[in-house]
Write a protein that binds this ligand. Structure first.
Ligand SMILES: [Zn+2]
Length: 495
């Protein structure tokens, strides 16, 4: 069945809420939001699911450490994440907490039932090494001298009877879906990594734990009061329950499959192997794409608890505007690779590009236009050719939002160069009108193109121009500019 035209469904990973949001969450939320807003500009109906992964053993342990109940901990931290998602401008449709019984549990259990019906779930007694930090089992040879390579802690030996999922059965189908691009993994080096992992052979994995080990926290396994669902199985199904799975079938049919899941490189295996295998088993369509982003180092160093160098985006937002932080996060680190966060880098981008290039352009042109006393502008199109709209679109379609932004900023610089070359302050009459026409249409196009990245600023620019943020199709030089400008303050201040 073909998809309904003009809909776009995107998800962020749902963070564990055992601590407050850090700058890595900001990166992912802004990436998701840029893609979501871009698709709105394409005229599509867009749905964004984000939320909180609350059923993890990590949360139980974190709460024990703080001498509060797990419920108190997740309520407190989920609120922090929700507020943060709002502050960073993530235009989410639903913020789904996986401890929400009404919205989430039945769908998570329905996925389980379908896999069970397909004959892919069986009981087995199991012995393994479990890292609570990773919420994953390790084999001896995956550990560094018995220590988790991610958390530098010793995994707990666990021995109990659990349910297992027949992952091995789906090896060939997964390979085919990924290789053919039916399930796209972006970027291609991640696709290759995961394909070679799959070709190395897949082992069935444990998808439940005893109620005792889970401290009774989590989604119960259907028809077995002794077992709780493995947190990843329940967390992944948030992508479906967010749009109604197990609750509102017409909504689910409208939105599923997801157009893209955005995740960090540390959780690619869960999203590129476990998740599609569960869906294949349950007879549910695969998501269309998985966008895997890199990690941020902090001032050149790995972000870590022991270094205590985690950067709080909520603290940054006391000093910098949402758009300034959003711009930096999309402009500086590449979309598909690791990047570095540095506060000097942030200040630099604000001063040189937001203030120096964009703010300055808008300010100069509006001042010149006002001084000209002219009401309507037209002339030969001398600037539109510098706008590489096709390149921007193709980069956005490939989800390279960092490089798409580079193309847009190139046009901003071209507009500034045009001002310098033409020196409109020395011109008058038809010549002046023509130069202003080109610049006003150029800025109007910029306000639409940059909208996904810095929405509040672009609304402000549009308001100054007397125009509106409409559709991407309106990025084109019209024959004339006739809107009435309105005065206003500067867009950015030097930091
Ligand atoms: Zn670990």
């Amino acid at each position: 069945m073909a998809d309904a035209p003009g809909k776009f469904y995107i998800t962020t990973a749902i963070p564990y809420v055992n601590a407050a949001p850090h700058i890595g969450h900001a990166l992912e939320f802004v990436q998701a939001d840029v893609i979501a807003r871009y698709h709105k500009l394409l005229g599509e109906d867009v749905f964004v699911t984000t939320g909180a992964d609350e059923n993890s053993l990590k949360n139980v342990k974190a709460a024990e450490g703080l001498h509060i109940t797990t419920r108190e901990l997740v309520d407190r931290n989920a609120m922090l994440f929700r507020e943060f998602a709002e502050r960073i401008g993530l235009s989410f449709s639903v913020f789904l907490r996986s401890s929400d019984k009404d919205i989430h549990w039945n769908g998570a259990q329905e996925l389980w039932r379908r896999c069970m019906k397909a004959g892919d779930i069986y009981r087995k007694s199991y012995k393994g090494l479990y890292c609570v930090g990773c919420e994953a089992f390790y084999t001896e040879d995956e550990l560094d001298d018995g220590i988790c390579p991610v958390h530098k802690t010793k995994p707990e030996p666990v021995e109990e009877e659990n349910y297992f999922f027949r992952l091995s059965k789906y090896q060939k189908e997964l390979e085919r879906a990924i290789e053919s691009g039916e399930f796209r993994i972006i970027p291609v080096q991640r696709k290759n990594e995961i394909l070679s992992f799959i070709k190395g052979g897949l082992e069935d994995f444990s998808i439940s734990r005893s109620v005792a080990r889970a401290r009774g926290w989590g989604v119960p396994v259907p028809d077995d009061p002794t077992q709780i669902m493995y947190v990843w199985v329940d967390a992944l199904s948030v992508y479906m329950t967010g749009v109604g799975f197990g609750r509102d079938e017409s909504s689910f049919d409208k939105w599923w499959p997801a157009d893209v899941h955005i995740v960090g490189k540390d959780i690619i295996r869960f999203h590129a192997v476990y998740w599609p295998a569960l869906l294949l088993s349950a007879g549910i369509r695969l998501p269309k794409a998985l966008l895997v982003h890199g990690f941020l180092t902090i001032e050149g160093q790995k972000m870590s608890k022991s270094l205590g160098n985690s950067v709080s985006p909520m603290e940054l937002l006391k000093q910098y505007s949402t758009d300034e932080l959003r711009y930096y996060l999309m402009r500086d680190p590449p979309t598909f690779d690791d990047g570095d966060f540095s506060e000097n880098g942030l200040k630099d981008r604000i001063n040189k590009e937001l203030l120096g290039d964009l703010g300055n352009l808008v300010n100069r042109v509006l001042t010149l236009t006002e001084k000209s006393g002219m009401q309507s502008f037209s002339g030969p199109n001398e600037l539109g050719g510098k706008l590489k709209l096709e390149e921007i679109r193709s980069r956005m379609d490939g989800m390279d939002i960092h490089m798409a932004l580079e193309s847009i900023m190139e046009f901003v610089r071209a507009c500034n160069k045009y001002v310098n070359d033409k020196a409109p302050w020395k011109l008058d009459g038809k010549e002046l009108e023509s130069v202003l026409y080109n610049l006003l249409e150029g800025i109007r196009s910029i306000s639409i193109l940059l909208y996904p990245y810095i929405p509040a600023t672009c609304e402000q620019i549009a308001q100054k121009l007397g125009t509106k943020i409409t559709k991407l199709d309106d990025v084109a030089f019209r024959p004339s500019f006739t809107e009435k400008l309105s005065k206003g303050g500067y867009l950015f201040k030097k930091v």
